[in-house]
Write a protein that binds this ligand. Structure first.
Ligand code: ZN
Length: 498
């Protein structure tokens, strides 16, 4: 009997003897399957291989087994078992109890691609022409045998774009060692670089591009697979954020919108954000939340009328579906817990709808009322006369106000004012109503900010004017949908801004 040169290769020993029984990597690759069958026939005809060399692995490897399938690293048998499905189910359900669909993301050890490239080069050399397309894709094979069973176990449909992602990450204990094989070729022309990049991580792309330049002979000579390495797996899951929207009123002139913390020290007991978000976060248990609002008011400014729209994004929620009654209850809880803040229209919104809060930032208008003081007397007739001479809309230019210079870039913004009227209180005081384009600095429009805002009310009334109190009466955006019809005095402000 003459020894076939194929049988003397390392590749032969690895690919013929070290696969799980009926490994899809073999069964689904016609060229490889034909080759293996041929080998089996040959070995029956001639003297069988030494028994100790034939190490066909059983399909049901135990965890303690020191062997793994050379071409699938056990991903296609140990990690397709019913027991593994139960593990996935447990992780999924304990992450988000009421997910409605799911998808699976698999991350595979990179050395798997080295092994597949080796197989292709082996087949090309000894069996017949083939390329990457002829090899089954492990992730597809895994999904083929798992998705139906997972759908049944989880009682939810599999959807590629599902907001609930189950991440299954496989690690192989010999991965780093095998990747070292690639380093030899990655910097073949530059040993210096090879040394300095000894710990450089490989991306999937880098692995593929290096593999293209490695010959079968290189594999035979230099590739030392870690044949007693072990595969392990971590399962995690996460659901897309839950978005809760509403509108809030702020009745306090000493409450900041966000927690006021300087150098790690709290400067105020609470904030609008905390008064609203903390009770809601008890309902929606999530990893963390982000509070967004349609603009923000200063500490000493109240927000009246229907209030200011806000959205809270709850990330990695453990539950996603809620009943309207649950929002009513938490809204009542907020509104009875404080006199400083009031919430309405609390509801769950989609991610797409939540974007409305940031859209149209330039176009939306806000309506204000300001209590103003002048240093020289002015009566209603003069107020009316001077304001009547103002253009409508009035376009003002505002340099970044002095009071926010420390946190904003210096620039000049143009903003328009579409409503401007005043009601005298006494000789030195009047109430000013104005509707502005969002982003206008109202305080600066009134006193002029040392000429940084032009024109300003001090110029228009031809005397020094300052602002004593400011209220936001309306933030004119059509979001979130109104849930209650109310008739409040504060709503009197004309929402068209005319
Ligand atoms: Zn296998």
């Amino acid at each position: 009997m003459t020894t076939n040169p194929i049988m003397a290769t390392n590749a032969y020993r690895l690919f013929v003897n070290r696969l799980c029984r009926s490994c899809p990597m073999k069964e689904q690759c016609s060229l490889f399957k034909k080759f293996i069958e041929q080998q089996e026939r040959n070995s029956l005809e001639s003297t069988p291989l030494n028994h100790s060399e034939v190490q066909t692995i059983d399909n049901h490897l135990t965890v303690s087994s020191s062997q793994h399938c050379f071409l699938c690293l056990d991903v296609l048998h140990r990690y397709t078992s019913d027991e593994f499905i139960q593990q996935i189910k447990q992780t999924a359900q304990s992450t988000t109890s009421d997910f409605q669909s799911f998808c699976c993301n698999l991350t595979l050890p990179l050395n798997l691609f080295i092994r597949h490239a080796y197989l292709l080069k082996f087949l090309n050399k000894y069996v017949g022409e083939c390329n990457e397309k002829d090899l089954p894709i492990i992730k597809d094979q895994w999904r083929n045998v798992m998705i139906d069973r997972l759908e049944e176990a989880l009682e939810r449909p599999y959807q590629i774009e599902s907001p609930f992602e189950i991440n299954i990450t496989f690690d192989f204990s010999g991965e780093a060692e095998e990747l070292n094989f690639l380093r030899r070729f990655r910097y073949a022309d530059n040993p210096k670089l090879q040394k300095s990049n000894a710990n450089e991580a490989f991306t999937r792309q880098a692995v593929t591009s290096v593999l293209n330049n490695i010959t079968f002979e290189d594999f035979e000579q230099y590739y030392k697979p870690v044949i007693n390495g072990k595969t392990s797996c971590t399962i995690s899951a996460q659901h897309d954020s839950v978005y809760i929207a509403g509108r809030y009123n702020k009745y306090s002139r000493t409450l900041s919108q966000t927690p006021w913390i300087i150098d790690g020290i709290r400067k105020a007991d609470t904030s609008v954000e905390e008064l609203i978000a903390l009770p809601i976060s008890k309902l929606i248990s999530a990893k963390h939340y982000v509070f967004l609002s349609s603009g923000r008011e200063d500490v000493d400014v109240r927000t009246l009328g229907r209030g200011r729209p806000f959205v809270i994004e709850f990330r990695q929620p453990s539950r996603i579906l809620y009943q309207p009654e649950e929002f009513h209850a938490v809204q009542d809880e907020i509104n009875t817990s404080t006199k400083d803040v009031r919430v309405r229209d609390l509801q769950q919104v989609s991610k797409e709808d939540s974007n409305q809060i940031k859209e149209g930032e330039e176009e939306k208008t806000k309506c204000y009322e300001a209590l103003c003081y002048t240093d020289t007397q002015i009566d209603q007739e003069e107020l009316d006369r001077r304001l009547a001479s103002v253009a409508n809309p009035l376009v003002i230019e505002q340099k970044t106000p002095i009071r926010v210079l420390h946190r904003r870039t210096v620039m000049t913004r143009q903003r328009s004012i579409t409503e401007l009227c005043a009601t005298s209180i006494d000789a030195y005081h009047f109430r000013l109503r104005l509707t502005t384009q969002a982003g206008a600095y109202v305080k600066e429009f009134v006193h002029g900010d040392f000429g940084r805002t032009k024109p300003n009310l001090t110029m228009i009334l031809d005397r020094f004017v300052d602002i004593l109190e400011l209220d936001v009466l309306a933030v004119n955006i059509d979001f979130p949908p109104m849930l209650e019809i109310e008739n409040e005095q504060d709503n009197a402000c004309d929402t068209n801004g005319k």
